[in-house]
Design a protein around this ligand. Structure first.
Ligand code: MV4
Length: 666
């Protein structure tokens, strides 16, 4: 096994590789560009080497700088991750020439899969099923026309050196062929420097099903189940799952064995993915082979319980495969979504900005988040704007979908647009849940997937909820404070009872009778809202009937009116009304540390009624503090004796400061 490897990548995959390498006792060298000098993968690594300016071509694609970094640090091997240099034959060769192990397939295998037509030739010899068509050397247009007529329509013209959906053209009838061939060849020359064409019968509603294969350097090969990646947008995968639903066991085995045959046909070593088109009639056809670890590999890890990066390191250092085919087991169902900084309402335009708020779902054996960013990081335009991969696992697909729905509800990002709402619509969509999967899914269900998650704008909800809370008249989420003096301001049942977590739940109903549960977290003098995966940092003041809010930096004011059960917003011409419900606040009760009464926010101590040695009853007010122009009672969460008091009237306290220590008993 290696002592030290260099990761020639960044972001989540670099972090993910480092995590496994460290578990195996392997030290890691990270690379960073100007934009990544404070990135998470740099912090995680044992060493880090600057490799150039932010643009990829000057850094993560700069072969000389990468190799120089490996030699400078004594890295014995390089893991390319995915993208960047992961399928670059020249880079793989350069590693070998510098006596550095390339953690990936042999150069010959990368080369062989570089051309679609060459790959198909190899697959034909290996008995791997291909879509009926032509992928030969003869490229005379008249000859190709003959082939086109024989294959029939619709058919697909594909550039042999194309990829990711580029250099493809659907031909619906014979009349279209000549012009389609000429234009696709021109595109191929411009895009790939090679206009060799192949022709295939066009499958109109295929699924994309891929097989994970692993081969060692001793002739062993296994497949590790399959993944369905049919739901893509412009050839970018959006959601992936394993195993592929609704496949017969016979099909699974046949695809797996075909994938292994494909890998063996090119003397493959390491992790590979064989992609198939799965037709409506149950047939499957080789599409292409990817000679790298895929972005979506975690769903395979979740159902097999294997660490594929660990397998890569073992195989690259000459070990034999850890399991044979009969030892590979599959349990449950896993789903992955790719969380992106992008705007689904604006053609998924990449979004850039600072992740001013980042709340991820809690990780567990069911929920995994692979990410390369933390709150406060900037998502730049230099690299792929993926924020994270959210992966869930459960015993069945239905349970995994439910897990994903909850995880997406718990995922909130502030500071830039994300696709979280779109992803939530996707997993909620009945056609997805009914396994109506094919590569045209997003186009076909566009309206369903792009429907706003709420008919009411988030701004109005925030303004209404804040009016409700700041007006101090509404029945907001709180439990009534202990009535020790009915005339005291603390007798009011509308203050915020503290030593619970400083969160509030305001339930509003809009004019369309749609209910909205608005969770408000107080931190310092600001409020944080999480609505449909979007987080908002808000400052607000209510002076008489004027509410001024600054929402993610955008300031606005409006007239508001509150009655017993209604909040009205008068925003220029637009008037909106909300009705509200009372919550007892118990859903936010937090007894995690009952003996330490803490300040739930930054504020000033107004009165301390607790004294050391004092025996108190549950609910007895011990401290009164002021914050955001309101006063709050902090009461004893249980009977006990005050053991220590840490502050006095007039003191300023920070959010989370311990105010009183209370012990059980007298
Ligand atoms: C096809 C096809 C239908 N029929 N080939 C897209 C890019 C490359 N992976 C091959 N692709 C396709 N090849 C035949 N004969 C449909 C696609 C295709 C597709 C395939 C997998 C996942 C998403 C896709 C989106 C559009 C088209």
């Amino acid at each position: 096994m290696f002592n030290k490897i260099l990761i020639a990548n960044r972001g989540e995959i670099a972090c993910r590789i480092i995590d496994t390498a460290h578990k195996m006792g392997v030290r890691c060298v990270a690379l960073y560009s100007d934009a990544d000098k404070n990135a998470l993968h740099v912090k995680k690594a044992d060493e880090a080497v600057y490799i150039g300016p932010s643009p990829s071509k000057d850094s993560y694609l700069n072969m000389d700088n990468i190799l120089a970094a490996a030699k400078q640090t004594g890295a014995q091997a390089i893991h390319p991750g995915y993208g960047f240099m992961s399928e670059n034959v020249d880079f793989a060769k350069a590693c070998i020439d510098n006596n550095i192990t390339f953690i990936g397939p042999p150069v010959g295998a990368i080369d062989a899969m570089g051309s679609k037509s060459a790959a198909k030739e190899i697959m034909t010899d290996a008995g791997v099923p291909l879509v009926p068509g032509y992928h030969g050397e003869e490229q005379d247009p008249a000859f190709l026309k003959q082939q086109s007529v024989q294959i029939g329509y619709p058919q697909l013209l594909k550039a042999a050196y194309g990829g990711g959906g580029k250099g493809m053209r659907v031909v619906w009838n014979e009349d279209e062929f000549d012009s389609a061939l000429a234009s696709t060849k021109r595109e191929a020359i411009a895009g790939f420097g090679n206009d060799k064409m192949l022709i295939e019968r066009y499958l109109t509603k295929p699924r994309h099903v891929e097989i994970q294969v692993f081969c060692d350097n001793h002739g062993n090969a296994v497949y590790l189940s399959e993944r369905d990646c049919s739901i893509q947008r412009r050839h970018q995968k959006v959601i992936e799952e394993a195993p592929a639903p609704n496949l017969s066991d016979e099909t699974r085995v046949a695809m797996g064995e075909a994938a292994v045959a494909a890998a063996k046909a090119i003397d493959y070593q390491g992790a590979g993915t064989v992609e198939f088109l799965f037709d409506e009639d149950g047939s499957f056809y080789f599409m292409e082979m990817n000679t790298r670890l895929q972005v979506e590999h975690p769903v395979t890890e979740m159902i097999t319980g294997l660490d594929l990066v660990a397998w890569q390191l073992k195989i690259a250092s000459g070990e034999i495969l850890p399991l044979n085919q009969s030892q590979v087991t599959v349990k449950g169902h896993a789903i992955e979504v790719r969380v992106y900084a992008e705007d689904p309402d604006n053609e998924f335009l990449p979004a850039t900005g600072v992740l001013s708020y980042l709340h991820q779902p809690t990780q567990s054996s069911h929920v995994r988040v692979d990410t390369g960013v933390i709150q406060g990081d900037e998502v730049s335009s230099f690299y792929d704007p993926m924020i994270s991969k959210l992966i869930v696992w459960d015993e069945s697909r239905e349970l995994a979908i439910a897990r994903m729905q909850r995880a997406l509800e718990d995922y909130s990002i502030g500071g830039l647009k994300t696709n979280l709402g779109f992803l939530a619509n996707l997993v909620d969509a009945q056609p997805f849940q009914d396994i109506e999967l094919d590569t045209g899914f997003i186009e076909k269900h566009h309206d369903l997937l792009f429907a706003p998650r709420s008919t009411t704008g988030h701004t109005a909800l925030i303004q209404a909820a804040l009016t409700c809370v700041l007006s101090n008249t509404a029945q907001v989420a709180c439990a009534p404070v202990q009535q020790h003096d009915p005339y005291s301001p603390w007798a009011a049942t509308n203050g915020w009872r503290l030593n619970e977590s400083a969160s509030h739940l305001v339930e509003l109903k809009d004019e369309h009778d749609i209910e909205h549960l608005v969770k408000i977290t107080v931190s310092g003098s600001s409020f944080t809202f999480e609505l449909d995966g979007q987080a908002y940092i808000v400052d607000a003041t209510l002076n008489n009937d004027y509410l001024t809010t600054t929402i993610n930096g955008h300031k606005s004011s409006l007239l508001v009116e509150t009655t017993e059960h209604q909040i009205s917003l008068f925003n220029k011409k637009e008037i909106s009304h909300f009705s509200r419900k009372v919550h007892d606040g118990s859903e936010f009760e937090d007894h995690s540390n009952d003996d330490s009464l803490i300040a739930p926010m930054h504020g000033t101590i107004v009165e301390v009624t607790a004294t050391p040695g004092q025996v108190v009853k549950e609910g007895e007010v011990l401290v009164i503090m002021e914050a955001m122009k309101m006063e709050y009672a902090i009461s004893a969460p249980h009977d006990g004796t005050v053991s220590e008091v840490f502050f006095a009237a007039g003191d300023m306290v920070q959010d989370g400061a311990q105010l009183v220590e209370l012990c059980h008993g007298e």
